[in-house]
Design a protein around this ligand. Structure first.
Ligand SMILES: NC(=O)C1=CN([C@@H]2O[C@H](COP(=O)(O)OP(=O)(O)OC[C@H]3O[C@@H](n4cnc5c(N)ncnc54)[C@H](OP(=O)(O)O)[C@@H]3O)[C@@H](O)[C@H]2O)C=CC1
Ligand SMILES: N[C@@H](CC=O)C(=O)O
Length: 425
């Protein structure tokens, strides 16, 4: 039996989950893996679960200087002091497991280098897709594939909100509060609803999938805060469901396309039926074809499941796998990014209900090479001068669409904001 002492930094939703899960599964892990995991120390500002006083460390040094502790789980979140604490632990030769996609996506090369120097392990399965073992699948099971696409729903909070808005017609802010109470949301939920959390995750996922560093700031990012119940309802009428998707593609010329935005997908699409806090990720590999990974993307036990699994994996793999992604040849400045992707678009705005308006709008789209597939124009309600106009385009270039929308927005006859949702089939 290997006796492994661990420390947990941060004892909120996920830290509390790890603590309880280890208690609950300890005997099982001993039996299956021959490993006894024991939480020796915790470090936190506040505690979501009861922890005996002797297990509460006074500072990070008490943990990194304890020779008995060989694994440190960082689940505090945020950049600082999480980064410094992880570096200290790695430099002291302790394996680190973390769920902190925000910090990892922006400091990965430094952390990886520190782990390499000391020979410690650095694992972060929980940082993408919560309990779904997606990073392990990419690294350990798809070596024989060139990955062409990786895309899906990677944020549980926004998927929970969109599901409730769609199925129950509920308001955004009510459902967000519920997602916070359920422990799905980030400490600052702006990260969820503005798409930043999905962007951090896509940075990690796409870097691994395409063997190239995909920095966070290369990823186009749009959250769900501008979506209205009307967009969702009209989408439904047209046969679409709205999801916040993270999309990474490697184009034939080797350039990488990475984006996070609300997306309309046909209601028959497998991702359309992913509900609540569940995540689902498609990977398209050259040999295996398309695979979908589905499971709980947020919450205490699902996330703790990935972190505890990383601990067990680290103990079984003392050599610790290293990622080649950050060799010089894979630096960001050598990677070509494609910012002019091609999709279809759903466009909704309010326009003055008078002759010639639609022709003018169609003319602008035509000028920018955006052709229109269908139009729904509803007449103005009695007493109102404007009416909703909904358009769906054929496939168009992103830059052309943006130029057209900018010009349309300036028309006097357009009285509402021109809302634009990308459509993927
Ligand atoms: N919740 C989820 O479903 C998932 C979360 N994650 C990631 O896991 C991490 C933790 O998330 P979660 O548990 O939800 O967050 P919580 O806010 O619930 O917990 C964070 C904990 O860390 C403590 N903490 C913060 N700063 C410090 C510090 N300087 N020193 C000591 N303790 C500190 C907090 O104390 P206090 O509350 O007093 O500030 C709190 O106990 C984040 O990186 C998150 O992105 C990843 C996947 C899923
Ligand atoms: N806030 C995140 C938590 C897991 O990563 C989410 O909602 O997905």
């Amino acid at each position: 039996m290997k006796d492994i002492k661990i420390a947990i930094l941060g004892m909120g939703t996920v830290g509390g989950g790890i603590y309880q899960l280890i208690e609950q599964e300890q005997k099982n892990i001993e039996h299956k893996d021959g490993i006894r995991l024991t939480v020796k120390k915790t470090l936190a500002l506040s505690y979501a679960v009861d922890v005996p006083e002797e297990k509460k460390a006074k500072d990070i040094d008490e943990i990194v200087n304890d020779p008995e502790i060989s694994i440190v789980a960082e689940v505090m979140g945020g950049q600082h002091p999480a980064k410094e604490f992880i570096l200290k632990a790695l430099e002291a030769g302790k394996t680190v497991v973390s769920a902190n996609k925000d910090m990892i996506s922006q400091n990965w090369p430094d952390l990886e280098a520190a782990a390499k120097r000391s020979g410690a392990g650095f694992y972060f399965e929980a940082a993408v897709g919560g309990g779904i073992p997606i990073l392990r699948a990419l690294n350990d099971s798809m070596q024989a594939n060139s990955i062409r696409e990786v895309y899906g729903i990677v944020n549980g909070t926004t998927n929970y909100i969109l599901t409730k808005m769609d199925d129950e017609g509920r308001d955004f802010s009510d459902v967000l509060k519920e997602a916070q109470a359920l422990g799905y949301a980030e400490a600052n939920p702006e990260s969820d609803v503005e798409g930043y959390d999905a962007r951090y995750k896509l940075s990690i996922l796409a870097s691994m999938a395409f063997h190239a560093r995909v920095p966070v700031d290369k990823i186009y990012c749009e959250g769900i805060t501008k979506l209205t119940k009307a967009d969702i309802a009209i989408g439904r009428e047209l046969g679409y469901v709205v999801k916040l998707l993270a999309i990474g593609k490697k184009d034939a010329d080797g350039s990488i396309e990475v984006r996070v935005h609300p997306t309309m997908i046909p209601k028959e699409h497998a991702l359309a039926n992913i509900k609540g806090s569940f995540n689902a990720i498609f990977i398209d590999g050259s040999a295996v074809g398309e695979m979908m990974w589905y499971g709980k993307g947020a919450g205490d036990f699902p996330t703790a499941s990935a972190l505890v699994s990383d601990m067990v994996y680290a103990v079984h793999n003392a050599g610790h796998p290293r990622y080649a992604t950050f060799d010089n040849r894979y630096e960001a400045d050598q990677v070509k990014f494609n910012n002019d992707w091609i999709t279809e678009y759903f466009i909704r705005t309010d326009v003055q209900d008078k002759p010639g308006v639609l022709a003018k709008i169609a003319g602008i789209f035509g000028k920018h090479d955006v052709s229109i597939e269908s139009v729904i124009q509803k007449g103005a309600k009695p007493g109102e001068e404007s009416a909703p106009l909904i358009l769906v385009t054929h496939k168009a270039h992103e830059q052309d669409l943006r130029d057209a929308v900018k010009e349309i927005q300036e028309l006097e006859a357009v009285v509402g904001t021109v809302n634009c949702i990308r459509v993927e089939k």
